[in-house]
Design a protein around this ligand. Structure first.
Ligand SMILES: NC(=O)c1ccc[n+]([C@@H]2O[C@H](COP(=O)([O-])OP(=O)(O)OC[C@H]3O[C@@H](n4cnc5c(N)ncnc54)[C@H](OP(=O)(O)O)[C@@H]3O)[C@@H](O)[C@H]2O)c1
Length: 329
């Protein structure tokens, strides 16, 4: 038996339960991990509440990111041996390969030997945030020195990863956050400029910062009414990558702005990178290089023990966090 987190109905954090379930042996091509730390993601709160791109049969497990020691390997797995320290690139389905448990099983191609200098907590906080930001900014937008890039929901784990990646390539990250509460922390985290959405005039501030150059790249998980001022601030030929739907409001389509500036509006899921072995290897090399050099450093907002998984989800949905929420086992 092993302890895992499951939910039997959709709802708030309180539907999460820790339960004893039978352990299954890893199948062909799979690696079983004794989990030391979990990285929490917004997607898990969406699956739990019934609003995610996957619809699970109930009861369901959940969880996309883990770090720990290899416990056992299935047939056909030659790259890993029990006892090795590994972390997990999010699998394409968290319903099929849920991470929240003392033991968790993943396809071997999603298991990575991370740099030993990373502790368990940091190792559980690497892959979702950096792969998501890398895929959008580097693989798709080809972000480069001299570009202005607007990063909304800047204090999210993905937002902070995007700020670090922008600096790594010499671009200028403009962080957009709801209020000024996190302003100083965002500057300390590498943002060149910070705009507090509810307290400042976004178009005016963006015009002041970028001058006639405009913003070439926008990386946004919010959508809604923000779309119009963001596209209005973009330079001709710019690209807006939309990767979430945090705003509950409808998203207008700014037809004439998009037309007149030949903008690219691009929907994006990190699965696009994870599902392509060539692009995934390039992403892993970029991220492992950044971790080794220190230019990429996961920011941990707060750590909870496994037994407090409900409190950890409450904190995730409080939006008070600055960076990644981690659960240790
Ligand atoms: N497409 C993909 O493949 C992919 C992959 C990973 C994540 N995502 C998406 O990326 C986003 C961030 O994920 P995460 O796990 O890093 O999240 P997170 O750490 O939970 O992000 C929370 C932050 O988002 C901002 N926020 C939350 N609700 C908002 C709202 N209604 N309006 C404006 N800002 C809001 C707040 O930042 P401030 O306090 O700074 O305002 C908040 O602190 C989520 O939308 C997630 O679904 C997408």
């Amino acid at each position: 038996m092993t302890r895992v987190v499951r939910f039997h109905e959709h709802g708030g954090p309180e539907v999460l339960r820790i339960e004893d379930v039978d352990t299954r042996d890893p199948g062909r091509g799979e690696v079983q991990i004794r989990v030391k730390a979990l990285g929490l993601n917004r997607a898990e709160a969406l699956l739990r509440s019934g609003n995610y791109i996957e619809t699970p049969p109930l009861p369901s497990g959940l969880g996309l990111e883990a770090a720990g020691l290899v416990e056992a390997v299935g047939a056909g797995v030659d790259d890993f041996v029990p006892g090795e320290a590994v972390s997990v690139v999010p699998p394409l389905s968290m319903v099929r390969w849920p991470a929240y448990g003392e033991l968790a099983t993943f396809p071997a191609r999603h298991v990575v030997k991370h740099p030993p200098s990373l502790g368990w907590e940091a190792a559980a906080a690497v892959w979702m945030q950096y792969l998501t930001a890398y895929g959008a900014l580097i693989d798709l937008a080809r972000l480069r020195r001299g570009d202005f890039v607007v990063i909304t929901a800047a204090s999210s784990s993905v937002g902070l990863a995007a700020i670090q990646i922008a600096r790594k390539v010499g671009a200028t990250p403009i962080a957009v956050t709801r209020t000024s509460v996190k302003r100083q922390a965002l500057l300390d985290a590498g943002a060149t400029h910070v705009i507090a959405l509810k307290e400042e005039d976004l178009p005016v501030r963006l015009a002041e910062i970028t001058g006639p150059t405009g913003v070439r790249v926008v990386f946004d998980p919010i959508g809604g009414p923000l779309f119009e001022p963001l596209t209005a601030a973009m330079s001709p030929g710019g690209i807006l990558i939309e990767y979430g739907g945090l705003s509950p409001e409808p998203t207008p389509f700014p037809l004439f702005t998009v037309l007149s500036k030949c903008l690219t509006l691009r929907g994006y899921l990190v699965h696009e990178i994870i599902g392509d072995p060539v692009r995934l290897e390039a992403a892993k090399a970029f991220i492992l290089g950044g971790l080794a050099s220190g230019s990429l450093r996961p920011v941990i907002a707060r750590t909870f023990p496994f037994d407090q998984i409900v409190e950890a989800h409450r904190f995730l949905e409080s939006n008070e966090q600055f960076g990644k929420i981690v659960v240790t086992i």
